[in-house]
Design a protein around this ligand. Structure first.
Ligand code: SF4
Length: 444
């Protein structure tokens, strides 16, 4: 029997691509293998955002070939688009398919399976070209997100028109384009019939609607989805800070079906670094958007991506970033260490920061992020939160993005209102008093 396994790397948009690919392969009659080692075809859906991400892909490909030598490996995603030759020579790799060709993967596989009767192991090098200019969406209902099948992740925008100097994404994903309104509505409608929470994602989500000649913005789309679908909870993944318009923030504050979760990449809290990064805002602009959001949504999750060790980042500039983060109401941080990416303007800048200094700055911010997260969770003790129960039935995820340990198992994919009775190592625990009286739960 022909079977496949998709291994995803990277961001939510990549996870959504991988999940769509799973659906499309299943529609072509292939069976999803429960584990990588049992699959005839292993798809590595890659990320290339850092040198470490590239290493991870190459190591994984070698491991797959070692542990499952009978499998054919197909590598796709951003790394496959950026440097297909670097991947084509890896053992067991049969196809390398860039993002520009990814919609053709089901055809490539189905054609091969029909010709061969089954997928056969491959020992040569084949590189499927990366010339197609037309980027398309992998449009299929997406039913998975980072291993948890209770919060589907729907990619509604791809690509980016910005040119941040450290970033390879515009060159591997092309210009910004949006999924059409009617498709998004239809897909959310389908997902809402099965799931409580749907996560909207994109490479530059806040740009949704700017490329299709209509005068709709992200807040118009969200309002339409709330009106025209029965989705119980809608969550926005990362949005560039200046795309958190007043309209969008006011809608988030007035509509309980939108998860109170604000995530805006900061990258640096120093104007001079932001300028070298060619980010399109300065610290005061970011602060204005965040303070406005905080005033409207004081109990929301507030997150940011932040990069340390950008070329030329001095101790004083790093300190500006640290101090900014310290005084802002963040509830969690994603800290990245700058790594040189071939073909990016930042690679040619002077004064690259020594790696030990980058690592030390990373540790400082991670510690600060952890302390802020703990402070946030302590502040939620005794409050009532609405959670979506996860696949692991002892846990739920709150609207404001904290994992809550429940006192008794519930079926996945329900909404319950729980009272918080303490903090755990990484999340919160439901109060025992509340758990004792089941009537306190609201099941939707
Ligand atoms: S906004 Fe900047 S960092 Fe984000 S994808 Fe676009 S170019 Fe890359």
């Amino acid at each position: 029997m022909k079977s496949f396994y998709v291994h995803n790397f990277g961001c939510r948009a990549a996870q959504a691509d991988g999940a769509a690919l799973e659906t499309l392969l299943a529609l072509r009659g292939l069976d999803a293998a429960p584990v990588r080692d049992a699959a005839d075809l292993v798809v590595l859906n890659t990320c290339t955002v850092t040198a470490a991400a590239d290493d991870d892909v190459r190591k994984t490909a070698r491991r797959v070939n070692r542990e499952n030598p009978g499998a054919s490996i197909l590598i796709t995603g951003c790394y496959a688009q950026r440097d297909p030759e670097a991947l084509a020579d890896l053992p067991g790799v049969r196809w390398v398919v860039g993002n520009s060709h990814k919609t053709q993967i089901p055809d490539i596989i189905a054609e091969h399976a029909a010709a061969a009767g089954a997928l056969t192991p491959y020992h040569g090098n084949i590189h499927v070209g990366d010339i197609f200019a037309q980027h398309e969406f992998l449009s299929a209902p997406v039913e998975d997100s980072s291993g948890d099948r209770t919060r589907p992740n729907l990619k509604i925008q791809d690509g980016c028109n910005n040119r941040c100097t450290f970033c390879v994404i515009p060159s591997v994903r092309g210009r910004s384009r949006s999924a059409p309104l009617h498709e998004v509505v239809e897909q959310v409608r389908q997902l809402a019939a099965k799931y409580r929470e749907v996560v909207l994602s994109g490479i530059n989500l806040g740009r949704w609607g700017r490329d299709n000649g209509i005068s709709m913005r992200l807040h118009d789309l969200v309002r339409t989805l709330l009106t025209e679908t029965s989705v119980a909870r809608l969550r926005l993944s990362s949005v560039e800070p200046m795309d958190f318009s007043n309209e969008l923030l006011e809608l988030m504050a007035s509509e309980p079906r939108i998860a109170p979760h604000w995530h805006a990449p900061l990258q640096s809290g120093s104007d001079s670094v932001l300028k070298r990064m060619k980010r399109r805002y300065r610290v005061r602009h970011y602060e204005d958007r965040m303070q406005r959001a905080y005033a409207l949504l004081p109990e929301a999750a507030f997150g940011a991506d932040v990069m340390v060790g950008f070329p030329g980042e001095t101790d004083a500039e790093f300190e500006e970033t640290r101090a900014f983060i310290e005084r802002m109401p963040y509830t969690y941080l994603h800290v990245f260490t700058y790594s040189e990416r071939p073909g990016t303007p930042a690679q040619d800048l002077a004064d690259h920061v020594p790696m030990p200094v980058r690592k030390q700055r990373n540790a400082v911010l991670r510690e600060l992020g952890a302390a802020k997260n703990m402070e946030f969770r302590r502040g939620l003790d005794g409050k009532r939160l609405s959670v979506v129960t996860l696949e692991n039935e002892r846990f739920g995820l709150s609207g404001n993005y904290v994992k809550v340990e429940l006192h008794k198992p519930y079926p996945a994919n329900e909404i319950h209102e729980v009272e918080i009775g303490g903090v755990t190592e990484t999340g919160l625990a439901e109060s025992r008093a509340c758990a004792a009286k089941d009537s306190a739960f609201v099941v939707l």
